[in-house]
Design a protein around this ligand. Structure first.
Ligand SMILES: O=C(O)CCC(=O)C(=O)O
Ligand SMILES: [Fe+2]
Length: 212
């Protein structure tokens, strides 16, 4: 058995465990143990698949020119450990920047086959037709579950962020958690070979739900 607890504890201090690779963007290498990555990929392959959508003015649309991947709904028990690591990482980043009450949306477990991609977009919406959860997104969290050196492996599929003048490639190795502001422009470049597996989640502002 792997021991995610030890890794989560290491995330409690983002300054020591995380690397700020661009303004406001932090990576925690090895936050999700490799064995958990492999188990999650197996669970994704065993789960159903639906083609990925994009949210436009309150509606989920299929647009494979914009986003080509499949989403795999895992049983809560299979998703829980990865979700907890993503939640802990996002909370650590928010704590460092002064955060409000937030909750986790996701994770979504996404599979990008050869040619799969997600063109430049922002995860946080300002369209009032979109849900409060999407309008309230503060921190985007991504954990790649495999990389060029894993089995299965893939090539291409870089996560490129646009925090300033120059694009920045997120340091995505299997098990690394990357956190960045949800209003930051970013894209997943096309997968050239193999299959890319990733977990994606968002911390969103609870007050924007209007329930408080
Ligand atoms: O898989 C990734 O690296 C990021 C995916 C993404 O940007 C998204 O799902 O919104
Ligand atoms: Fe995104």
């Amino acid at each position: 058995m792997n021991d995610p607890t030890r890794r989560i504890a290491a995330l409690a201090d983002p300054a020591s465990a995380g690397v700020e690779f661009a303004a406001g963007c932090v990576a925690w290498p090895g936050a999700v143990p490799r064995a958990l990555c492999a188990r999650t990929i197996a669970a994704m392959e065993a789960a159903g698949a639906r083609s990925g959508t994009v949210l436009r003015h309150g509606a989920e649309e299929h647009d494979s020119a914009m986003r080509a991947c499949t989403e795999h709904p895992l049983a809560p028990a299979d998703a829980a450990a990865v979700a907890q690591v993503l939640h802990t990482a996002g909370t650590a980043l928010l704590a460092a920047t002064g955060g409000a009450a937030v909750a986790l949306d996701g994770p979504l477990f996404c599979r990008y086959a050869r040619g799969g991609h997600f063109r430049a977009h922002r995860d946080r919406s300002s369209d009032r037709a979109d849900s409060a959860v999407v309008r309230g997104r503060r921190i985007s969290l991504v954990c790649l579950l495999n990389d060029a050196d894993s089995t299965p492996a893939f090539d291409g599929g870089a996560l490129v962020l646009y925090p300033g003048q120059r694009p920045v490639n997120a340091p995505l190795a299997a098990g690394t958690v990357v956190a960045f502001p949800s209003d930051l422009l970013h894209e997943v470049r096309p997968v050239r070979l193999g299959t890319r597996y990733a977990a994606v989640a968002w911390l969103f502002d609870v007050p924007t739900l209007g329930a408080a």
